[in-house]
Design a protein around this ligand. Structure first.
Ligand code: ADP
Ligand code: ZN
Length: 219
């Protein structure tokens, strides 16, 4: 099962990825998470990506495509994967088509998470992310049992939540603009795919998961 999630920042792709990962054991490939790890480790890719990310801009296509090309060649990809946040531009979509063909892989589902801008801004500015495992909660969940669940990357303690630099209000607006300009063509690229599903991402995560799961079981 190889799946693509497309949608604006804050539309719930990461949340659904984690649910699917738990249910099916597929590999979650978030280019955003991969860049944040690269930044923390001060690798060449991380140093290159950081400025773009802090400004809410996309990292250049060549950098992202190389990152994904290397990752899709790893052996664990055979378990199935979710691509979360890639492709985000038309050239990335074309490159992915070629890469999948080259590797003999197929997409079993392409899910478009549709959410209006007001809700995105609200979700992103109230979002807190675990610095170890990238789990996401909302501000009003801090201090509740959900927030205190054990961290998957830090088995001796709970998650450690912080606000991502690019989740601050001014950068959030910019990211949504960049998405609308650059990623709308990607949705059209996949609309004709027989496994394309248009989801209402404003629903609660459990409802969205039911829809995705039903589609996966049916295909
Ligand atoms: P979100 O989906 O909430 O915007 P991500 O964690 O997926 O957050 O991405 C954070 C940032 O990483 C993006 O704003 C962008 O700078 C960079 N990035 C991630 N994926 C891509 C991509 N496919 N192409 C270009 N830049 C990317
Ligand atoms: Zn965590």
């Amino acid at each position: 099962m190889n799946i693509l999630f497309i949608g604006p920042p804050g539309s719930g792709k990461g949340t659904q990825s984690k649910l699917l990962q738990d249910q099916y054991g597929v590999v979650h490939l978030s280019t955003g998470d991969m860049f944040r790890t690269a930044i923390a480790q001060k690798t060449e890719v991380g140093i290159e990506a950081k400025g773009f990310m802090d400004r809410g801009e996309y990292v250049p296509d060549a950098v992202v495509i190389n990152l994904i090309r290397d990752r899709l060649k790893q052996p664990d990809i055979k378990m199935g994967f979710i691509l979360d946040g890639f492709p985000r531009t038309e050239p990335q979509a074309v490159a992915l088509d070629q890469l999948l063909e080259e590797l003999g892989l197929k997409l079993g589902g392409v899910f478009f998470f549709d959410v209006n801008k007001d809700l995105l801004v609200k979700r992103l500015s109230g979002r807190r992310t675990c610095k170890n495992c990238n789990r996401v909660i909302s501000l009003d969940q801090l201090g509740t049992p959900i927030a205190n669940e054990r961290c998957q990357k830090n088995p001796v303690g709970p998650c450690e939540f912080y606000q991502r630099d690019d989740d601050r209000a001014d950068v959030v607006e910019k990211r949504i603009d960049v998405y609308q300009k650059q990623t709308t063509p990607v949705i059209d690229h996949y609309r004709k795919n027989k496994n394309f599903v248009h989801l209402n991402g404003a629903q609660n995560p459990k409802e969205v998961f039911k829809l995705i799961d039903a589609k996966i079981r049916a295909s």
